[in-house]
Design a protein around this ligand. Structure first.
Ligand SMILES: Nc1ncnc2c1ncn2[C@@H]1O[C@H](COP(=O)(O)OP(=O)(O)OP(=O)(O)O)[C@@H](O)[C@H]1O
Ligand SMILES: [Mg+2]
Length: 309
């Protein structure tokens, strides 16, 4: 199974060049049954990365371009009346896929964004009082632009909290950018990617993640970290129990990705930023330096809370 994971990594890295850490984080989300929000400026490969993941898996994939006029039914599906049978038939929307790319999610209205909540939480969709299960695996990869451009709707806290991680990609190193220019991976390599991992393998890896051992000392460590964010004088909102659960699950998936069946403290610390930063709020949230404040607070919390040996 470890070599299949390695092939998956290599497949994505052949198209999305440079930031292998971002690839690993996306894989952690996949193994942890989590959804991933990729937040970054235009043109740094967000869509390419999400596409590369989907095409490397033997899964169904759909891409939804979020726009201000997108309606919940455009995502979820609609019941249509069939005159021949006199019955309503449900036509599934694009959300019914294993990997769903929700591109530029913050351009849809809050009503449409909210339509995703049930799917993200319970892996089901309710339309006209009937509930439909989504196939497993189900992973939402959403992209959004950080600067609140005109005509965008920032995701509300309750929706942000449903993303296991929020990651950014950053600019590639000059050598990697040179490869992007020389190879033009989005035009070539991406189109010819073939699946390297079966759906069944994804489910096996997810089950392994659930089973990865998390010792009591490490559980206590996660709780101490979460508690410290709740008490921090610079934060008005700390990490919730849902956030602490997410940190534990991300740590388990990180262990499995590294080929272990038990969690070590570094599996936890390296996930604190991507799992927690979007779940807390700084008191000084009106003066533009929110992101820096949160990064500073999270590093301080990690320094203050002793890591188990
Ligand atoms: N690290 C990278 N690896 C591979 N291709 C890259 C990388 N960074 C940028 N690109 C290239 O830049 C172009 C834009 O990429 P993409 O469409 O994924 O950007 P985006 O972040 O989704 O932008 P937007 O926010 O406008 O949707 C593509 O041709 C893509 O191949
Ligand atoms: Mg894009």
């Amino acid at each position: 199974m470890q070599d299949t994971l390695e092939r998956l990594r290599a497949s994505i890295a052949s198209v999305y060049l440079g930031n292998t850490r971002a690839i690993d984080r996306l894989l952690v989300c996949l193994l942890a049954r989590g959804h991933c929000l990729i937040e970054d400026v235009p043109g740094v490969g967000k869509t390419v990365l999400a596409n590369a993941l989907a095409r490397s898996l033997d899964c169904t994939f759909s891409r939804i371009q979020f726009t201000p006029d997108l309606l919940p039914s455009d995502i979820l599906g609609v019941s249509v009346y069939r005159r021949e049978t006199g019955e309503f038939e449900f036509k599934k929307g694009p959300l019914f896929a294993n990997i769903v790319l929700a591109d530029e999610i913050n351009r849809a209205t809050p009503r449409t964004q909210t339509a995703l909540l049930e799917a993200m939480n319970e892996a089901s969709v309710t339309v006209d009082a009937r509930t439909y299960r989504l196939d497993q695996p189900f992973m939402l990869v959403a992209t959004q632009n950080p600067s609140d451009f005109e005509g965008t709707y920032l995701l509300p806290e309750n929706q942000l909290d449903r993303f296991l991680m929020r990651i950014s990609l950053g600019y590639p190193a000059p050598a990697d950018e040179a490869r992007v220019l020389a190879l033009r991976p989005a035009a070539g390599a991406l189109q010819s990617l073939a699946p390297v991992m079966r759906t069944a393998d994804v489910l096996t890896l997810q089950a392994r993640t659930d089973a990865a051992r998390l010792d009591r000392t490490l559980i206590d460590y996660i709780i101490a970290l979460a508690t410290a964010t709740r008490r921090d004088e610079e934060l008005s909102l700390g990490v919730s129990p849902r956030g602490a659960l997410a940190l534990a699950q991300a740590a388990r998936a990180t262990a499995v990705l590294a080929g272990r069946d038990y969690v070590i403290p570094e599996d936890i610390t390296q996930n604190v930023g991507p799992v927690c930063a979007h779940r807390v709020q700084s008191r000084a949230s009106l003066n533009g330096s929110t992101a820096e404040t949160i990064d500073r607070v999270l590093s301080r919390v990690m320094q203050r809370v002793p890591s188990p040996a």
